[in-house]
Design a protein around this ligand. Sequence first.
Ligand code: C5P
Length: 222
Amino acid sequence: MSPPHSSSFVIAVDGAAASGKGTIAGRLAAHYGLPHLDTGLLYRGVGVAMLKAGAGLDDAARAAEMAQALDLSKLDDPALTSAAGGEAASRVAALPAVRAALFKLQQDFARQPGGAVLDGRDIGTVIAPGAPAKLYVDAKPEVRAHRRWLQTFARGEPRTEAETLADLIRRDARDAGRADAPMTRAHDAVLLDTTEMSISRAFDEALRHVEQARRRWEALRT
Ligand code: C5P
């Protein structure tokens, strides 16, 4: 069954950690003048709040409370983008109560009248299954680890490239293996493998696919 026709132009960008999805989503948002939500930051916000509170990362009730109380104006805290923040995010993201607490906020963002760009793991499958444009961004783990290591190195985080690769592989396995909203390509998402691509080439490819999707969506509206 095909998903219902979406009345707003939603671009869903899913994919693995350090695949380039966040940068691509940000550039698509700028290109189309659409608001952008990096949904990974929501899970990072909950994970880091749990760490700061000294709570166990498998304490579902506490994590769900933290998710409900999440302060969206604090999502620019640099602690969220650390390796520890990513790991904590992935742990709390496996808890159905946390996903449920963050669901409406994301769906409301996707449903705003002018359209929106969201990036994450389950946008095309769970949050906005009717999105007219869906991308699933991936790249070889070694290439993703190298990109992520360059970012963390620049920030002065003491992680080796091998540790970064091990972190990514463990996080991918947890994200893809969880029962609730696992990381997976929606059947109607275009796969964009950025292993051999510069970020500007990856954006050009993404834009080409999204433009095709936009033309199909426009044609259905008229
Ligand atoms: O995208 P980012 O790496 O910042 O996401 C951090 C973690 O948040 C992911 O590893 C994943 O476990 C979780 N996440 C999720 N669903 C989303 C976005 C992120 O489960 N839509």
